[in-house]
Design a protein around this ligand. Structure first.
Ligand SMILES: Cc1cc2nc3c(=O)[nH]c(=O)nc-3n(C[C@H](O)[C@H](O)[C@H](O)COP(=O)(O)OP(=O)(O)OC[C@H]3O[C@@H](n4cnc5c(N)ncnc54)[C@H](O)[C@@H]3O)c2cc1C
Length: 397
């Protein structure tokens, strides 16, 4: 009897997790280490295939996860460049963040979950969900045929195009979508310890271009924009032509990052959405790895403690402040015209350029800007109105 046939007879679980990205594997790790009978299903033949991501994370995230594998490089310097040519660099002696090697990192977290007792099923897409008494009947389609498993709880960790959301009737069209194109390239000028961001209304409307190094010479370089269709690819081609002429392209990917999830539905009965399935990526940066990992953990804890009603409250407690601040910052920054962006660039340069920071936290940075730059306050009030300025002040105070 092979594994697939064996599972056909023993197919009831406390929890079935759909998707083995950061959200799913984190959920599986928490659930299985606390004794839940957990199945984690992944449609790809192996975890870590076809990942579309620039792979940047903060030092706080590294401290939380403490990965033994999957970190490509530690970043000590960050640069912001505006279309008018203004560049601002900040440094941090003990590291600003890191760039992961997600194909190794994702597998590492998945393996940790399996070591704790989670049952893995790879190469097996989830295709349907039906309610069957107190259980959910979850239909899977592996290379050996179709099978059904039963679970009291489901965690949807199946990314931006979540079928779990669709099949369980959770309507959560994202409030904001970043359309992204990315290449992995070689260019001799890439510094393996410096992360770069580029802003401008012609360069990447509603988003930014990034250069996230993996090592000296090698980087993920991409553009995220709110312009749909082929736009991100066209912006990226122009960006590469301007800044990295002659780069050797070693791979390319396209995809979307959905955000705005805290204002949407992300749970129904005992179906819990996490990570990109719940649209939890940051609305300003599009970063979603940390929130995926954190939400997977919180969803599993709500199930372990048998308090499903607390999932939303706990998510809000942990993610909401940063989310609201990012949403407001996004609203203001992306409504600026070129002359206003120039003021922003000059003021940021005055406040931050060349600073060796002891701590980089969005709250502290925003506080620092407000206490030293009346010009930026003026701009915020002009773009967002007095109420937005007051709300920002309240969030950071
Ligand atoms: C171009 C780009 C750059 C990005 N850069 C960054 C960055 O630098 N830093 C950052 O923090 N975030 C970044 N993000 C966002 C980040 O990649 C996501 O937020 C993160 O991967 C979300 O993790 P997840 O586990 O929710 O989903 P995913 O990582 O998408 O994992 C979902 C998993 O579910 C599986 N799956 C899907 N459907 C099914 C099914 N029906 N049955 C079984 N399995 C299924 C998939 O194969 C996949 O393994 C970027 C995103 C993009 C598009």
């Amino acid at each position: 009897m092979n594994n697939f046939q064996k599972r056909k007879s023993v197919n009831r679980y406390d929890l079935v997790i759909v998707g083995a990205g950061p959200a799913g594997s984190s959920a599986a790790l928490t659930a299985s280490s606390r004794g839940l009978k957990t199945l984690i299903v992944e449609k790809q033949r192996e975890v870590g295939r076809n990942i579309l991501c620039a792979e940047g994370v903060s030092c706080n995230f590294l401290n939380l996860v403490k990965p033994k594998k999957g970190v490509a490089t530690i970043i000590y310097r960050a640069g912001l460049t505006f279309e008018n040519g203004e560049s601002i660099f900040i440094e941090k002696e003990d590291g600003i963040g890191a760039v992961l090697e997600r194909k190794i990192f994702d597998r590492h977290i998945f393996e940790r979950a399996v070591e704790q007792g989670a049952e893995p099923l790879v190469g097996t897409p989830m295709v349907d969900i039906q309610k069957d008494g107190k259980y959910y009947k979850i239909k899977l389609e592996g290379k050996n045929g179709k099978m059904s498993v039963y679970a009291e709880n489901i965690i949807g960790a199946d990314g931006p195009a979540s079928r779990v959301a669709l099949l369980s009737g959770i309507e959560n069209p994202p409030k904001i979508v970043h359309y992204c194109s990315q290449v992995y390239l070689y260019h001799p000028e890439i510094d393996g310890k410096t992360i770069l961001f580029y802003f401008g209304n012609n360069l990447a409307p509603g988003g930014y271009a990034w250069v996230f190094p993996k090592d000296d010479g090698y980087a993920n370089v991409g553009v995220g924009t709110t312009d749909p269709g082929d736009a991100s690819w066209n912006y990226l081609a122009k960006f590469l032509d301007k800044y990295y002429k002659g780069a050797k392209i070693l791979g390319f990917l396209r995809g979307t990052v959905p955000s705005g999830g805290l204002d949407l539905e992300f749970q129904k009965d005992r179906v819990f959405l996490t990570g990109d399935a719940a649209r939890f990526a940051d609305p300003l940066s599009g970063g979603g790895i940390a929130n995926a990992f954190i939400s997977g953990n919180i969803a599993s804890l709500a199930i372990v403690e048998d308090k499903p009603e607390e999932y939303r409250e706990k998510i809000n407690n942990i993610l909401e402040k940063d989310y609201r601040l990012s949403l407001l910052a996004r609203q203001i920054i992306y409504s600026m015209d070129d002359s206003e962006l120039n003021i922003l660039a000059q003021e940021l340069k005055r406040v931050f350029h060349g600073k060796n920071l002891t701590e980089i936290k969005s709250f502290n940075l925003v506080k620092m800007i407000f206490s030293t730059s009346p010009a930026l306050w003026g701009l915020i009030i002009k773009k967002g109105g007095v109420n937005i300025a007051k709300t920002i002040q309240k969030i950071v105070s």
